[in-house]
Design a protein. Structure first.
Length: 373
């Protein structure tokens, strides 16, 4: 990324975090994080614009393998659809019409006029080969994810068939950050493409020659099967037998396999957040993802806020409160953040980068954080 100042001189992004430059991309004002604290205003963002990138993302989707689990009469409808490149998932619910959902399109599109039968669901289940404790499975050798909905008797009555794509070139937007050797947390809502950060595994292992271990909870990063997908390059992959054991596998990876970098998807529990801090304190670089729309979501999330240093209420003395011109009860970060950078994935090609420590402190003080777009 390259920051652009108001007088059009270009400087490396590492030099421009403190420049008060308005971006040509106007960022939305954040939600009122401090609505319960009087005297604090809702912060907006000051941003540093990034140069337009000439990199082109290359997508590999193993689409033929994806079609094999679907009813045969749907194949041609999907293949001939002009929006196929934006296909997000296919929904198969018992007694309902099969539905295709597309990225950036509200609602879905019915694929035929007849309902999904139990026989079709059983066929798909056989083709997939069984589901884990998290009701997720995949297609061997691909990044596709199949999730099941069960009845109270344990019978599969619905399937969410999500298309998994290996994207090459998208990570060029933050390629310069990888040179820091610092931990990075990617935050975004479901479907925005957080798992495309698997390309970081390939770049760090093949180009930076790092020892990289991927902790793969649901085989979304390295694909299904015992041989990891080529998209992660030379990185090693540790599978997780049950989602509740992810934090233990993270620690095991550090203790047994001497990685320089650990990549973990969907950090979501307190135990995983504590494991991340433990790993970071051992000098291992972390690349992780978490659900959330903005950095404020992580700050307000009691389970994940430790990733950005944690937040505590501090009571100031009269002189200190007067000097700061604020209330005596304030919010402050109580520890260094686990992740040095935090990247908000607003859209697939629109990312906002924070220096976590500085952005959290500025937000807690009711100020506008400096970001890079």
């Amino acid at each position: 990324m390259v920051a652009i100042s108001a007088n059009s001189r270009t400087l490396p992004s590492v030099c421009c975090w403190f420049m008060m430059v308005e971006s040509k991309h106007r960022l939305h004002k954040s939600n009122n994080l401090f609505s319960s604290h009087k005297g604090m205003r809702c912060p907006s963002y000051r941003s540093i614009s990034s140069s337009s990138s000439s990199h082109v993302a290359v997508v590999e989707d193993d689409f033929h393998a994806f079609l094999q689990i679907l009813p045969h009469d749907l194949h041609q409808n999907i293949l001939s659809d002009p929006k196929r490149a934006q296909l997000l998932e296919v929904i198969l619910d018992l007694g309902r019409l099969p539905e295709a959902r597309y990225l950036g399109v509200l609602g879905g599109q019915y694929l035929r006029s007849t309902e999904v039968s139990m026989k079709e669901l059983e066929y798909a289940q056989t083709a997939v080969g069984g589901f884990g404790a998290d009701n997720r499975s995949g297609i061997e050798g691909t990044l596709h994810r199949i999730s099941a909905i069960r009845s109270r008797k344990g019978i599969i009555v619905g399937l969410t068939c999500r298309v998994g794509r290996a994207v090459t070139g998208l990570i060029d937007m933050v390629y310069d950050l990888l040179h820091y050797g610092s931990s990075i947390l990617f935050v975004g809502r479901p479907g925005v493409g957080k798992t495309t950060v698997i390309e970081i595994a390939r770049v760090l292992s093949n180009e930076f020659h790092k020892r990289v271990v991927v902790v793969d909870t649901s085989n979304e990063i390295g694909g299904d099967g015992n041989i990891p997908h080529a998209a992660i390059g030379g990185a090693r992959r540790m599978q997780v037998t049950e989602p509740s054991l992810q934090h233990k596998v993270m620690i095991e990876a550090v203790e047994n396999h001497m990685p320089e970098v650990i990549i973990v998807d969907e950090i979501g529990t307190e135990a995983e957040a504590l494991a991340c801090r433990s790993i970071a304190e051992r000098g291992v670089t972390l690349i992780g993802t978490a659900h959330g729309d903005r950095i404020e979501n992580i700050i307000k999330n009691p389970t994940l806020c430790d990733l950005i240093g944690g937040v505590e209420t501090v009571t100031l003395g009269d002189e200190e409160a007067c000097a700061r011109r604020c209330q005596k009860s304030v919010l402050e970060r109580n520890a260094p953040p686990t992740f040095y950078f935090l990247i908000e994935m607003r859209e697939r090609h629109y990312w906002v980068t924070h220096r976590t420590e500085k952005s959290v402190d500025m937000l807690l003080n009711g100020k506008n954080p400096l970001v890079e777009v």
